[in-house]
Structure formats: C-alpha cells, structure tokens
Design a protein. Sequence first.
Length: 76
Amino acid sequence: MRTRITETNKHLNELVNQKTGQLVEMNKDLIESKNRLESLNESLILSDKAKEEFIMMVSHELKTPITPAKIAGKTK
C-alpha cells in the first residue's frame, strides 16, 4: 500500500512539473506576443499621425490660392 501511494505521489509530482513547464513556456509565448503587439500598435499610431499630418498639409495646400502661380507663369 505504501509503495502504491509513493508511486502515485511520484506520478502526480511529475504531472505537476510537466504542466508547470508547459505553463511557463506558454507564458513566455504570451509575453513575446504582447511585446510584438505593443510594437505593432506603436507603429500604427505613428502611421496614423503621419496620415493625419499629410491630410492636414494637403487640405491646407488645396485651400491656398493657385491664381498667383498661374499669373506668374504667364508673364514669362
């Protein structure tokens, strides 16, 4: 009886160690994924800011009168 309890305990300890190892690996993978997603999110934020700046500049340029440029071109 004692031998069987010892074997069962040993088996359970092995399972706990195995599952703990799996959880540690999965946690490492999650941390790497989180870091990758944070990096991608920062890139997206920078891209969005660049897009907004571009749209603002184009909008400003479209509001600027083009007539003086046309007149200057005709005098030559």
